[in-house]
Design a protein around this ligand. Sequence first.
Ligand code: ADP
Ligand code: MG
Length: 237
Amino acid sequence: LEWQLRKSDTLNVVGELAAGIAHEIRNPMTALKGFIQLLQGSIKEDYSMYFNVIMSELKRIESIITEFLVLAKPQAIQYQQNDVCKIMKDTIDLIGAQAMMHNVQIIADFEENLPWIYCEPNQLKQVFINILKNAIEVMKKGGDVHVRIQKADHHYIRISVTDQGCGIPQDKIKKLGEPFYTTKERGTGLGLMVSYKIIEEHQGKIDVESEVGVGTTFHITLPMERVEKENEDAARI
Ligand code: ADP
Ligand code: MG
């Protein structure tokens, strides 16, 4: 319990504020979308161009919120022993429709009998969503996304997400996780920032391997056991 309190304290002020705002924006957004759709049905002249712009801007706000929302409820943060494979399976189910729309198949390959690890399931789910979403988005012609989960060694589990997308130039890899860094016309540049932050709080790390024109792998390494604060520096990976 003590550790949970300490961790929720460390969520930085900017993150907490943004997340709180994101949470508050969600309800009015839903109402706006609903009424605009109703309006669209009852207006006679052809304003479809305006409506398309309105809807696409609303969707943009929505994706910004989705990438932030999990940080919006620090009181709900609950670390416990969890099955990472189960969390990943749930995430793949959640994102399945989106993958199909992009002609992307997600192929799961999980080592058997992996130990449960100490983590915050909703936050990990958020990381998996953000990384899978990126993988799907960069595969313009569709293809396969491989998700592997295996033991890295006696102390760590490794989750690897490999896509067949555009790849990332070597000099851009260090920019990943910077707030608002995006190369997409409609990107937010928030997904990886949130993901890196969550994995850091889990005492894990994210490594990226990429080859331009071939694809990219995001490796998430997570400790099976939590290391207590006193030893944190020594145990940093
Ligand atoms: P967004 O997806 O909104 O752009 P992210 O933080 O999720 O924001 O990602 C930041 C940037 O990192 C992307 O715009 C893209 O340039 C790069 N990136 C992330 N994942 C991948 C990937 N799987 N393949 C290629 N580039 C990626
Ligand atoms: Mg993204």
